[in-house]
Design a protein around this ligand. Structure first.
Ligand SMILES: C=C(O[C@@H]1C=C(C(=O)O)C=C[C@H]1O)C(=O)O
Length: 188
């Protein structure tokens, strides 16, 4: 169930993921991208806000891990940071109406944590999106779509990610969609 980062030995419940630069490129490789998940893969504004709007009852963020760790080699390349440099890594579960909807992993390079960015280390269960979208300093780059190598039922099969830019710095937010978010519940 767990994938292991070959360089750090770190174990993560997030499946290995192949990232593509557009919804249409991903749709050619996986028909699931063209189904009900398509809406969520393409949300351009705050993902947290879109999830909150989908909720009938409650929405909450549960922090799984937060701290300095080494990003994967692929993440370091995408962020254009040195391969062995530590970053602040936050992994959370986003839950709506008492179901797990999204697993999110955010990689924040050290320079982003300076100045006003200090707040990024003290979010706790406040959604990161609320901070990024309320601050004029940050803007989102293009969305990528991830096809996951899920090895167990219930693991995410689809994901999305983007860089958020602030002056010359960037952080990366990856969101893994769980089927309970986009597949209608079966008959009771
Ligand atoms: C980037 C956003 O932030 C969301 C909140 C996160 C968190 O609190 O760690 C992580 C990923 C997102 O789903 C957003 O809302 O668009």
């Amino acid at each position: 169930m767990l994938s292991k980062d070959s360089e750090t030995g770190r174990q993560s419940p997030l499946p290995e993921t192949h990232w593509l630069r557009s919804l249409s490129a991903a749709g050619l490789q996986s028909p699931e991208v063209r189904g009900p998940a398509r809406y969520w893969l393409g949300v351009e504004g705050s993902f947290t806000r879109a999830l909150q709007q989908q909720c009938r009852e409650a929405f909450h963020v549960e922090v799984c891990t937060e701290g300095f760790a080494r990003p994967s080699a692929e993440e370091a390349r995408r962020l254009d940071i040195p391969p062995r440099q530590q970053a602040w890594i936050r992994e959370v579960r986003l839950c709506g109406d008492h179901q797990l909807w999204v697993l999110a992993r955010t990689v924040i390079p050290v320079p982003c944590l300076e100045g006003r960015g200090r707040q990024l280390r003290h979010l706790g269960s406040r959604p990161l999106g609320a901070y990024l979208f309320s601050s004029p300093d940050w803007s989102r780059g293009p969305l990528e779509v991830g096809l996951c190598r899920a090895t167990q039922p219930g693991q995410p099969r689809l994901a999305r990610r983007s860089l958020f830019h602030c002056q010359h710095q960037a952080l990366m937010v990856c969101e893994y969609l769980l089927p309970d978010l986009y597949l209608p519940a079966g008959p009771l």
